[in-house]
Design a protein around this ligand. Structure first.
Ligand code: ATP
Length: 202
């Protein structure tokens, strides 16, 4: 049974950057955002269920999920949104854990933006938070996505606060410095997780 490190952090904190540094060391990644797309991919049970429930208007001409149409249908409808969450959340959870179970590396990094918010920290052995200030979140997200400060702030506000997240974290990476500093922290944590994973499995 693989040792699972739950990796999280706010928008623009550097989750993907950190995850890729672990991947360079041969550590396998399971990414909640990717799994969330897989469970509604063409031919999936998830997409079929959505089609049966909401009708063909949520399917695009090419047979894929029309996310915009689905968003509009659940936007102002708590009951429908709940129906959708009740379908997708267990599917995403199961698929993530299946992928984790198939991993061959010494431990696995599970990347989940809303790890604590959605209670997925109960599925992992330990938690690692990538931390930066809200000001840096704004700067780095804006640089990457070319979105407005207001749109980024709205997402920051919808997520757990920096303080709440840090209070829940078992390990913290400070990503306010440069990538060299980041890599040093990842190297140290990697050595630490290797030992922990061995202990848990012995
Ligand atoms: P999101 O949740 O929004 O998908 P994320 O947490 O995965 O974001 P990344 O995409 O890894 O964050 O990083 C956000 C941006 O900041 C990227 O453009 C990335 O290249 C940049 N970045 C990450 N770490 C650093 C750093 N230490 N110094 C400068 N830029 C950085």
């Amino acid at each position: 049974k693989p040792f699972i490190v739950g990796l999280t952090g706010g928008i623009g904190s550097g989750k993907t950057t950190v995850a890729n540094l672990f991947a360079e060391k041969g550590i396998e990644l399971v990414d909640a955002d990717i799994v969330a797309r897989e469970v509604v991919a063409q031919g999936s049970i998830g997409l079929e269920s959505i089609k049966t429930h909401f009708g063909v208007e949520v399917i695009s001409a090419n047979g894929e999920l029309n996310r915009q149409a689905l968003r509009e249908l659940v936007f102002n409808d708590d009951k429908q949104r709940q129906w959708l969450n009740n379908l997708l959340h267990p599917l995403i959870r199961q698929t993530m854990m299946q992928q984790v179970a198939q991993a061959q590396s010494e431990y696995v990094i599970l990347v989940v933006p809303l790890l604590f918010e959605n209670g997925l920290d109960s599925l992992v052995n330990t938690t690692l938070v990538v931390d930066i200030s809200p000001t840096l979140q704004q700067q780095r997200s804006a640089k990457r996505d070319n979105t407005s400060a207001a749109a980024i702030q709205k997402i920051i506000n919808s997520q757990m606060s920096r303080e709440q997240r840090l209070a829940k974290a078992q390990y913290v990476i400070d990503n306010q410095g440069d990538v060299t500093k980041l890599t040093q922290q990842v190297n140290q944590l990697h050595q630490h997780f290797l030992i922990q994973a061995k202990q848990v499995n012995s």
